[in-house]
Ligand binder design. Sequence first.
Ligand SMILES: [Zn+2]
Length: 57
Amino acid sequence: MAKLHLICGNCGCNDMWEWKHNPEFFDDDELIDDENVFLFCRNCATIHSLNDNAKKN
Ligand SMILES: [Zn+2]
């Protein structure tokens, strides 16, 4: 079985992840992006966007 380790680049925490998915992201009612996947580190409250690293097929 493959193992994946995720480590927060900000604080080094590796076990307090929360996954978020926003199909549409609006800023002042303007559509900025239509697909946003985030990993949220609950240890340091940093939001890591996966849009650049993991494109939707
Ligand atoms: Zn962190």
